[in-house]
Design a protein around this ligand. Structure first.
Ligand code: EPZ
Length: 422
């Protein structure tokens, strides 16, 4: 298993280009199963989660052609099987979302239940309720969801019990090929949902309201191909901004969408960073100062995202003052706290592990660390950048799931970081 060796102390400085959004691209790969013609995606990041999804499509018999620039063309009408096996779904939860598109297009699908994962149990009840409301017959059999429909799904009105990104995307995709109109209420509003709706509309779907809590989908009989450029990854962009802030540095992220990060930029400003934005770039300058610790609560978009909680905690760990960070999306997303404390951070967990109280220290101390989720792993890389000595972060295959060329990008900003191939 590869590891990252980080010699702490560098002040990050420079410019980077944001990669395409993983959480958009994986969904569009699933959505391509709705189309009768080839779907072409560009600005797809070169990541393990993308490869896993392509492998899953391949196991269904779908032809996928990748060019040298990670342009991906998916020919879904070459599909031969409607069964997504446990081995592939278990490694990446988003692969469960092939269920709705296969069901809507081909009237049948059999997909393994994803099960729990490192950050909590993560049920899919809202996905299944939504598909059932569209008229799907759903049965559970030996850990698989078997879904079928006679003819087409039927448009309906469905209210989600709470905000769910995957649930909203899943039911929205299935409803594109339903007979009649579907009204989805209490929807999640994340930018990746809007990007997915844009892609589906380019395929001939009729979706309005994505990005608000009410989405209207007028079902169409068939979807065609399209040529879609994936939006930039807001979580990746912000991870580098936070890393720069923690080191007292200065960084400019290009090819990004500043408005997607309003809540995060507000917190970085509160931490003392000077933030400037243009149409497609964000710059952050800490002017060599130590950040101030910032309190926050994670919540659905447009509030502060759970996917940046671990990274901001690493920054808070070396900030001036004390802060409270409360996680409201996932039940078990503070595993990085124990690792950061082994590096000399002063973080305690309260409220049944839902709230971290961070008392900033001047500097962390290097230690061998590891994490079993993507964002926690990158937070330990940030901790390594602000630690005295050489930190080794183990199990970085988690980072490779969501951060394209992480060590090259950090090296470009002046970090002393090396991948150790096991
Ligand atoms: C998406 O996961 C992202 N993944 C996650 O990114 C992100 O952390 C999360 O949204 C929240 O923003 C992708 O887009 C591929 P949810 P998702 O459905 O869709 C509960 C990363 O690091 N829930 O909004 O699975 C669920 O357990 C990843 O890139 C149900 O109870 O998140 C969670 O507590 C990790 N029943 C909450 O809702 C359901 O049917 C929100 O989950 C669905 C969800």
């Amino acid at each position: 298993m590869d590891k990252l060796l980080i010699r702490g102390g560098a002040c990050l400085n420079g410019e980077l280009r944001a990669s395409g959004a993983k959480n958009s691209a994986v969904l569009m790969l699933a959505a391509s199963l709705l189309a009768n013609e080839p779907v072409r995606l560009t600005n797809v990041p070169h990541l393990r989660d993308i490869t896993t999804m392509i492998e899953l499509l391949g196991s269904l018999g779908v032809e996928v052609v990748i060019d040298e620039k990670m342009g991906i063309e998916i020919h879904a009408n070459t599909i031969k099987s409607f069964r997504a096996p446990y081995d592939l779904v278990r490694t990446m939860r988003a692969s469960f979302l092939v269920l709705g598109p296969m069901l809507a297009h081909y009237g049948q699908a059999e997909v393994s239940l994803p099960g729990g994962c490192a950050i909590g149990p993560r049920p899919v009840d809202q996905h299944l309720k939504g598909l059932a409301a569209l008229g799907a017959n759903i049965e559970m059999d030996e850990g698989y969801v078997k879904a079928s429909v006679d003819g087409r799904l039927k448009g309906t009105r469905f209210i989600f019990d709470f905000s769910t990104v995957g649930g909203t995307e899943h039911v929205m995709m299935a409803a594109t090929l339903a007979e009649g109109e579907t009204l989805l209420e209490n929807c999640a509003r994340e930018p990746e949902i809007v990007d997915l709706a844009d892609c589906l509309n380019e395929m001939g779907a009729d979706i309005t309201g994505a990005g608000t809590d009410t989405i209207r989908i007028r079902g169409v009989e068939a979807l065609t191909g399209c040529d879609h450029r994936v939006i930039s990854d807001r979580v990746e962009t912000a991870s580098y901004l936070i890393a720069a802030a923690a080191t007292g540095g200065r960084v400019k992220m290009k090819g990004t969408v500043p408005v997607h990060l309003d809540a995060v930029l507000a917190k970085l400003t509160e931490a003392g960073a000077r933030i400037e934005t243009g149409e497609d770039w964000i710059s952050l300058d800490m002017e060599g100062r130590r950040p101030r610790a910032v309190s926050l609560v994670t919540a659905p978009y447009p509030a502060f995202p759970t996917d940046l909680q671990a990274q901001i905690l690493a920054m808070n760990a070396v900030s001036e003052g004390t802060a409270t960070v409360r996680e409201t999306i996932f039940e078990n997303r503070f595993m990085h706290v124990h690792e950061m404390n082994r590096m000399g951070a002063r973080i305690s967990l309260e409220g049944n592990n839902t709230t971290a109280i961070v008392e900033g220290v001047e500097r962390l101390k290097a230690a061998p660390v590891m994490a079993n989720d993507l964002r926690a792993s990158v937070s330990l890389v940030i901790a390594g950048l602000v630690a005295e000595g050489d930190t080794v972060v183990d199990r970085i295959y988690h980072i490779d799931r969501g951060y394209e060329q992480v060590e090259e990008k950090l090296k470009n900003l002046g970090a002393d970081i090396t991948r150790i191939h096991a």
